[in-house]
Design a protein around this ligand. Sequence first.
Ligand SMILES: CC(=O)N[C@H]1[C@@H](OP(=O)(O)OP(=O)(O)OC[C@H]2O[C@@H](n3ccc(=O)[nH]c3=O)[C@H](O)[C@@H]2O)O[C@H](CO)[C@@H](O)[C@@H]1O
Length: 369
Amino acid sequence: MRVVLTGGGTGGHIYPALAIGREVSERQPGSSLLYIGTSRGLESRIVPEQGIAFEDITITGFQRSLSWENVRTVVRFVQGVRRSKQLLGKFKPDVVVGTGGYVCGPVVYAASRLGIPTLIHEQNVIPGLTNKFLSRYVNGVAVSFAESAAYFDKCPDVIFAGNPCATRVLQANRSRGFESLGMAPETPFVLVVGGSGGAKALNDAIVQMVPLIDKIPGVHFVFVTGERFYKSTEEAIQRSLPGSSNRVHVFPYIHNMPEVLAASTLFIGRAGASFLAEITSLGIPSILIPSPNVTNNHQEANARSLADAGAAVMILERDLSGKALFDHVNSIVGDPARRGIMAKASKGLGMPNAASAIYEQIIRLQQRK
Ligand SMILES: CC(=O)N[C@H]1[C@@H](OP(=O)(O)OP(=O)(O)OC[C@H]2O[C@@H](n3ccc(=O)[nH]c3=O)[C@H](O)[C@@H]2O)O[C@H](CO)[C@@H](O)[C@@H]1O
């Protein structure tokens, strides 16, 4: 089978596309994949590293207020559709799959104009602008939360599949997670990640929390700062460290995240939908600080779905401080029974068969062609 994948800007859109590509390649060995993204998005680096062919188009997102930039975006969209048609005409895919982010717009739209079967995957409870726009043109939609289906009621084939990232983390090697962090097997550790790009508010809280961690003996802390915040955060952490610095590990980005997640005891992060799919698939308890800077405040809706089920503690960013974070960490790490209950609730929300459900939908769309 020949499949075009598109989606990006941030990891939350890229990794679901890669997980779908992986499922296709495993189920139909010899399949050909082409990823279409932008050269500025994280995908331009991550996708070629996975050995998948990559082509780029130039496109930007719409701004919410009226501006000349939006006029330029319309021009870029038209040019992007033209370039996508050329790329699709050359590659001749059986199906085009979009996983959100504005790069999907011209690619999936062009595919639908060319009569190529199209599918979009929505990761969040509240759909993004691009997927809402594309919903008028696509042949199928896969959603990650049951309540999102209502936004796509005019689409022909809507399935509640979950997020394919949930499938890829289950295949991860836990021992390699410990090994890559330089930790002895089964060392308990708290993993803190502010999404694929890092989060300044979370990094600041970590720096405040670091002097307190001596009060939680035996537990390691893995801080992933995001590339752009790494240098300043790492320096600030080193300055505020107490004596036991060998329990603190700081990284700009982690490339083997599924392995590291699989080994972790507690997750602290934003409430990006792909991460949430991964931690629930593995049954990891979490403390979530949703980003208030996203469309329709969708991360709070994402986080609430875990908090309501007892799988997570949610802290709103306005209430975030190093002390608040420390108190929650201490009470979860220090109470195995509570941790167990949260872990069970987390696992109960996991949808590990997501990639397979989406693969079946791809086959259905291909056969209907
Ligand atoms: C600021 C913003 O717009 N965030 C959106 C973005 O989040 P963001 O891009 O942060 O995505 P998520 O938090 O959902 O997922 C991050 C993905 O990147 C991977 N990863 C992350 C860090 C790292 O060091 N290594 C690594 O591999 C994770 O395993 C995961 O697969 O897309 C999500 C999915 O549509 C949305 O819910 C978020 O609201």
